[in-house]
Design a protein around this ligand. Structure first.
Ligand SMILES: NC(=O)c1ccc[n+]([C@@H]2O[C@H](COP(=O)([O-])OP(=O)(O)OC[C@H]3O[C@@H](n4cnc5c(N)ncnc54)[C@H](OP(=O)(O)O)[C@@H]3O)[C@@H](O)[C@H]2O)c1
Length: 267
């Protein structure tokens, strides 16, 4: 059993050859944290790679996310059992609620209590949420108690710093995973990040990841290219100065990449 490694492999949009390349290169390079989701429709392919890999299951931190269609009474646990079967394992490291129920169609207590029961039954070591606002996090804590929600996965990068939610999570000992940590490529051409990168001999992408890691967030960039996967892993060794951290903090433009029509009223 392991804690969440700070650098993970995102798998959104990836299937077939690009997914295989990502996972095999990633595992070879030393990634030990994989982020998937029921809605990505790639859990079975992830499972095939993991089953064939020489890396043992207990060395990998595996996250999946329960889709909103699986929130109703009696649905969360069977959906996680299907995920486990596809992933070829008998436990998850982390099961997340992918998005809060759109328009509260399913009351939060209904799906969160099932998620807690999944943990009690040993289907997952930890549970958490994703895309929850501060108000929703408060409600979740009221439902499950102060230490049940171990993680929240949200979009954070220099162009969307999501400070209110990040600070609330920190104050309540909820670990934050930054998804789309490269703003799906938008950070790559950001002049300040490029300039800071030049000083350190690294890319703007690596600066973005180093900035998130320095704030104790885990990051899950996705890449189909071995050289980018290696570069992202090398961001773990980049140390930014206090001045550089502060300069990047001033870049926040509230530029959100993931904003579907069923998203909550963001903070
Ligand atoms: N919880 C949620 O609701 C949610 C929502 C969205 C995403 N996520 C998770 O977060 C993960 C990451 O998000 P994302 O994949 O959408 O966006 P991202 O990681 O911010 O950006 C991925 C893009 O950046 C490129 N890239 C990666 N490393 C690079 C590098 N070192 N230099 C230059 N380009 C680089 C990739 O291209 P190449 O393939 O060419 O390298 C790809 O086009 C997802 O895969 C998923 O697991 C979760």
């Amino acid at each position: 059993m392991i804690n969440m490694p700070p650098m993970g492999l995102g798998t959104f949009r990836l299937k077939g050859e690009p997914l295989l390349a990502t996972l095999t290169n990633g595992l070879e390079l030393g990634y030990r944290h994989i982020d998937t989701a029921q809605i990505y429709d790639n859990e079975a392919e992830v499972g095939t790679v993991l089953t064939r890999s020489t890396v043992a299951r207990h060395e990998i931190y595996l996250t999946t996310k329960v889709w909103t269609s699986e929130f109703g009474p009696g649905k969360v646990i069977p959906s996680l059992e299907v995920s486990l079967e596809k992933l070829g394992t008998d436990y998850l490291d982390l099961a997340l609620i992918h998005w809060p129920s759109p328009k509260d169609e399913v009351p939060m207590a209904v799906y969160l209590e099932q998620l807690a029961e999944a943990k009690a039954q040993g289907l997952t070591r930890e549970i958490g949420v994703s895309n929850f606002t501060v108000a929703q996090l408060k409600q979740a804590i009221e439902i499950l108690g102060p230490s049940a929600i171990a993680h929240q996965q949200i979009e954070v990068h220099p162009l969307l710093q999501n400070r209110k939610v990040v600070e609330f999570c920190k104050a309540h000992c909820i670990a934050v995973t930054a998804y789309m940590p490269l703003a799906y490529g938008k950070v790559l051409s950001e002049p300040l990040l490029m300039e800071i990168g030049q000083r350190h001999g690294v890319s703007a992408a690596q600066v973005s990841l180093a900035w998130l890691l320095a704030q104790d967030m885990a990051v899950i960039p996705s890449s189909t290219k071995r050289e980018n996967l290696a570069a992202n892993l090398a961001a773990l060794k980049v140390t930014l100065t206090a001045e550089e951290m502060a300069a990047i903090a001033a870049l926040d433009r509230g530029e959100r990449c993931a904003n579907p029509d069923f998203a909550p009223d963001w903070d």
